[in-house]
Design a binder for this molecule. Structure first.
Ligand code: URA
Length: 271
């Protein structure tokens, strides 16, 4: 309701805090100065005279101090060294090699029951997931719950994670660099969770785990197999299907996802 009263100091503070939160969610990590700085001309001496832009505050994520990061090979070594899911969760929380972590509020690791016969893998956390630290708890997650219920399952009988563990600013798709950096972690995650089959929710999960450029519309509903290490033969059955967020935008395609879920149910029932 509009008020005739002038805004108070706390109204201004709330509005400024909301604006700042929005900038951070969109990926801003530096404040802009009053006057532009031409960094192609800037020398150390010139930079001294220009006011240094203050850094925006970043969300504290890791409980222990981040360890220095050396590159993709390091991501692989760290993931491989994890012997349990708890070690993997901690390794991801301490990993500083993926910039998505800098703008996220929470690390989103997994939900459901590890050891379940099926593991679902989505793309990346969204706003609600970033707020709660759990995958698929927003609108797409609610639809996923309904789809699971339709085949007689819920989160106590499946396991759920994502290709990347931090929300990309503004819910954009993860970049190739971001996704590739996190691949050793999700592959290790699958090994440690020991599912007997995977469901890939949407094009991003299919692209990176099946290492393909074929679109999800052509991949969906067709069982494939993947290898989880360079030495392994492809052996884990994988079913790509449509992402629930896509189904919310294109409800007419729910029947395709339903066919895929029936195929999943048949395979689960046959175990
Ligand atoms: N979309 C995803 O791909 N993953 C989530 O956790 C939420 C929405």
């Amino acid at each position: 309701m509009p008020s005739d009263l002038p805004p108070t100091g706390s109204d201004h503070a709330d509005a400024e805090k909301a604006l700042l939160d929005w900038y951070i969610a969109m990926g801003a990590d530096e404040a802009v100065c009053d006057a532009p700085i031409d960094r192609t001309l800037a020398t150390p001496a010139a930079e001294k005279t220009a006011a240094a832009p203050p850094r925006l505050p970043q969300a504290p994520l890791a409980s222990s101090p981040p360890t220095p990061y050396a590159g993709p090979a390091e991501a692989k070594a760290r993931a491989q060294s994890c012997r349990t899911l708890e070690e993997l969760r901690e390794a991801i929380e301490n990993f500083t090699g993926c910039a998505l972590k800098n703008t996220a509020n929470k690390t989103v690791f997994a939900d459901g029951a590890a050891g379940s016969p099926v593991m679902f893998i989505g793309e990346a956390p969204g706003r609600e997931e970033d707020r709660l630290g759990l995958p698929f708890v927003g609108p797409a997650g609610h639809l996923l719950d309904l789809m699971l219920a339709a085949i007689g399952r819920d989160r106590s009988s499946v396991y759920i994670s994502n290709i990347v563990n931090w929300r990309p600013p503004g819910n954009r798709a993860p970049t190739v660099d971001e996704a590739m950096m996190m691949m050793p972690f999700i592959k290790r995650h699958i090994v440690l969770a020991k599912p007997q089959m995977l469901v890939l929710l949407g094009g991003t999960a299919a692209k990176y785990l099946l290492d393909t450029t074929t679109g999800i519309m052509r991949l969906r509903g067709k069982w494939a197999q993947i290898a989880l290490s360079d030495q392994d033969e492809p052996r884990l059955p994988v079913l790509p299907t449509l992402h629930p967020a896509y189904l919310l935008r294109q409800p007419a395609h729910k029947s395709l996802a339903w066919q895929d879920f029936l195929s999943l149910k048949a395979r689960l029932d046959a175990l």
